[in-house]
Design a binder for this molecule. Structure first.
Ligand SMILES: NC(=O)N[C@@H](O)C(=O)O
Length: 315
């Protein structure tokens, strides 16, 4: 039985999955030549070299993989594993108006249906999970970029500060806590003061985490920040890596048929260290909980309604 937390009633739109929009949660793996991200949103290309006697282009380090199990309470080492998830399409419920908050998207009018050819259905998010000590990469198989009938949603949430989470759970589940070096001398303490008494520098010194890719920065032990939960639609030639400790919904396939995913991660076989779940409990009387608004066109393709790739977005 997973731990539970109260869920606000909140409706969120679907965004296009791009590396820049997803950066704090993980990485998107795709051939840059086929990316649907608008040019202004594209990040520098990953390093590439010629391989296979010049017949292949090899992009290097296309995702960040972390194995933090040396920081797990059990100290039991993990090994790299590849599993396959055959994910069935999820049930969506028909759209009905609600009093839910429009999440952090503010005053955008998500009910505005421009051409009347759109269909809105609702996906209820009942559970989130995280893998505190490992990244997890989902690679879809047998899906083409142009597949309009089967797509998948990547639903992720930032992590609340630990103090805000304590109200909801008595004992926090295990989480990696890197040992931070103690400042030893007065000189060390003054070295962090700004402007620096030694160099007159005004900018804060880089923290030990600022050099890491945003998805690799520690998320902290807190619960998911449901007010800032986000949903991205991925196309068939995108794989996705959840950063270690990133709260996410179990994979949500939308469409006609299951998607097979090869899933790459580390695991040590200790349940609570490999995967932590939290169920979201909506208020019994007024609330519908956390809901993704899944809009699709006449062919069944999921439409992007917010953020990058949406002309209506006003960010
Ligand atoms: N994300 C997802 O669908 N499932 C998992 O992360 C899992 O390990 O069960």
């Amino acid at each position: 039985m997973p731990t539970s937390m109260p869920a606000p009633s909140i409706r969120i739109p679907v965004e296009l999955l791009t590396q820049s929009s997803f950066s704090q949660f993980g990485t998107v793996i795709e051939n840059p030549a086929h990316s649907l991200a608008p040019r202004s949103q594209r990040l520098p290309l990953p390093d590439a070299v010629s391989a296979n006697q010049g017949t292949a282009l090899k992009f290097l380090n296309v995702t960040h993989m972390s194995n933090l199990y040396n920081l797990a309470p059990s100290k039991k080492p993990a090994r790299g594993v590849m599993n396959m998830f055959v994910c069935a399409p999820r049930d969506l419920r028909p759209h009905e108006p609600s009093q839910s908050m429009p999440s952090s998207w503010g005053d955008m009018d998500f009910d505005d249906d421009a051409d009347g050819n759109e269909d809105r259905q609702l996906f209820d998010v009942h559970i989130l999970e995280r893998h505190p000590f490992t990244t997890q990469t989902f690679v879809p198989m047998g899906l083409s970029q142009s597949d309009r009938h089967t797509q998948y949603l990547v639903i992720v949430a930032p992590t609340l500060p630990a103090a805000a989470s304590r109200r909801h759970t008595d004992r926090p589940p295990p989480y990696p806590t890197p040992k931070i070096k103690k400042q030893k001398s007065i000189r060390d303490i003054f070295a962090r003061a700004r402007p620096s008494p030694f160099t007159n520098e005004a900018a804060p010194p880089p923290s030990q985490f600022s050099r890491l890719h945003p998805s690799q920065r520690p998320k902290g032990p807190g619960l998911p920040d449901l007010k800032n939960i986000r949903a991205f639609v991925a196309n068939g030639n995108q794989a996705v890596t959840y950063g270690a400790g990133t709260w996410h919904a179990p994979m949500a396939v939308i469409g006609d048929r299951p998607i097979d995913f090869v899933v790459v991660q580390s695991a040590n076989g200790i349940g609570i260290e490999d995967c932590q779940e939290i169920s979201l409990v909506a208020d019994k009387i007024a609330g519908e909980g956390v809901v993704v608004m899944v809009d699709s066109d006449a062919s069944g393709k999921v439409l992007v309604k917010a953020g990058v790739g949406n002309v209506k977005a006003n960010l």
